[in-house]
Design a protein around this ligand. Sequence first.
Ligand code: ZN
Length: 247
Amino acid sequence: MKVLLLGSHCDDIELGCGATLDKHRDDWQVTCFVLSNQGRSGMHADLWKCSLAAFQSLGISNVRFGKYPVGDFRAQRQAIWEELNTINQQVKPDLVFTQEPDRHPDHVVLYRETMRVFRRATVVAYRSSAQSSPDFLHNTLEVISQKNVQAKLRALRWYKVYSAKRYFCPKNVIAQLRVNAIAIDQEFAEAFRLVQQVNLSPLITPAEKGGLGTEVEECAETVASKLDQTQLVPIVHANSRSPSGDR
Ligand SMILES: [Zn+2]
């Protein structure tokens, strides 16, 4: 499955999705696009290097960085739309992670432009921190293991410049993952808001999809043969796609 993760700032994706990315490092084909490559007002000019190292620690090498100035995405809205549109044509993602439109104005711009561009994909919103999204309401939980949690913490350690921030504190990161998981009686989970789902099973991995597809095809053929006998046609193939290959 082709998965695209979008982040306004270095650290957003790792904070919101780091453990999930580790969990799926072998079954997702991941592309990350971070719209800014440094801190606010030009601080931490090399912040993208921390981000790249963090992604690499999660097994992700396909990372792009934009140069949109932090805090000024609204003025760049059209340029952001155009760049996202280009990425959409190149990647054709099945699943897109974008940011919750929370208190940070850049996150709002990214969310809105995501929804304008990725109309054919399933879209999930993530919370980068409880500081920017204190009222985040999730409806989707990804169960993660202790190993995934450790991988997320290892990735975040690359951001030494932010180590004093409360939402970077490992104890707080772990606490949030534990609280997320209480409702589903698990130990750890990352929380998301499913914004738009295209097809009923886009979150199934390709291997599972193949297996399921075979069963569904056989089932559809059996039903079709029976229906042919009773003249009840047409049958819509369960895995049918448009001639153009569009989803
Ligand atoms: Zn951010």
